[in-house]
Design a protein around this ligand. Structure first.
Ligand SMILES: [Fe+2]
Length: 288
């Protein structure tokens, strides 16, 4: 088993930044991640910009509608559209979440956590294999942020994720902020969590800001990344090594330059963790 190629440091592609990206073609950004569903309808402005930007940067696809844990049948109409977009865009990889988003045909428009049981494990493994067969490639699945647990749950989240990844032979997207958010909400040690995730399965990191309401944290992606999450990122960078990393910002979106500053902070921490020169600004320079 080998991971896909290392891409360096990326940002979520958001319409607010389309023009600025094309005007300035910032070299600090190595790649972009899109929300797959935003580009599933052909044509229009979104597609125009997507393929213009694709001429300059690799673009990976990150979905929110696979609903890998649902008891509804897999949605092959959705998968057809996902595959069609992937055929055009040729993304280095495709990801979604360990979650369910609805049942009995209803969409909750939210990423709901799974009960971590043997039954759910069998169910999710079987469905990942079907999706990977259909797409003709391995997918990445992301650890969720959560606010509730189930009384039926019989194993920890990282144990569930590790076992699923091994049995389905899929890769992982490790959201470091989600680990932090869930560790606060459910009172577990985030470093123990990281230590249970298999190193050779992690293909990508997510980093993001959140909203701390003191009794619980909400994963809002509308603030800068806090120091505690940077600290956890440093631990993750040391444990998992050279993994492509990006910042998700979905609300209260600042000018592109502000996110590039945050990306430069990420690079500095990553290079320190990897024992490399932090003056490097590009993935290619580091790889050279
Ligand atoms: Fe994420």
């Amino acid at each position: 088993m080998s991971r896909y190629d290392y891409l360096g440091f990326g940002l979520g592609l958001r319409p607010k930044h389309y023009d600025r990206i094309l005007e300035t073609l910032p070299t600090e950004i190595d790649w972009f991640e899109i929300i797959s569903e935003d580009y599933m309808v052909d044509g229009g402005n979104q597609h125009h910009y997507l393929f213009k930007i694709r001429e300059h940067y690799p673009i990976v696809m990150h979905g929110v509608s696979l609903s890998i844990g649902s008891c509804d049948p897999l949605d092959f109409q959705y998968l057809e559209k996902l595959k069609a977009l992937a055929d055009r865009l040729q993304p280095p990889w495709i990801s979604d979440h360990f979650c369910w988003t609805g049942v009995n045909g209803n969409n909750l428009h939210d990423l709901m956590p799974l009960p971590y049981t043997e039954e759910a494990l069998d169910h999710v493994v079987d469905r990942i294999k079907q999706v990977q067969d259909f797409l003709g490639r391995r997918i990445l699945l992301e650890n969720p942020s959560s606010y509730v647990t189930y009384t039926e749950t019989s194993m920890s989240e990282p144990d569930f994720i590790r076992e699923t990844a091994e049995r389905a032979d899929c890769l992982l997207l490790l959201d470091v902020n989600n680990v932090y958010v869930s560790s606060f909400n459910h009172n577990f040690d985030p470093i123990d969590y990281l230590n249970k995730i298999p190193v050779d399965r992690v293909q990508q990191f997510h980093m993001a800001g959140h909203l701390n309401l003191k009794t619980h944290i909400i994963d809002t992606h509308d603030h800068p990344i806090i120091q505690d999450v940077w600290d956890l990122f440093s631990v993750a960078a040391k444990r998992f090594g050279k993994v492509s990393a990006m910042i998700e910002r979905d609300d209260n979106i600042p000018p592109l330059e502000e996110l590039i500053d945050e990306l430069n902070t990420m690079k500095k921490i990553a290079y320190e963790a990897w024992g490399e020169n932090s003056n490097h600004l590009h993935a290619e320079e580091v790889a050279a």
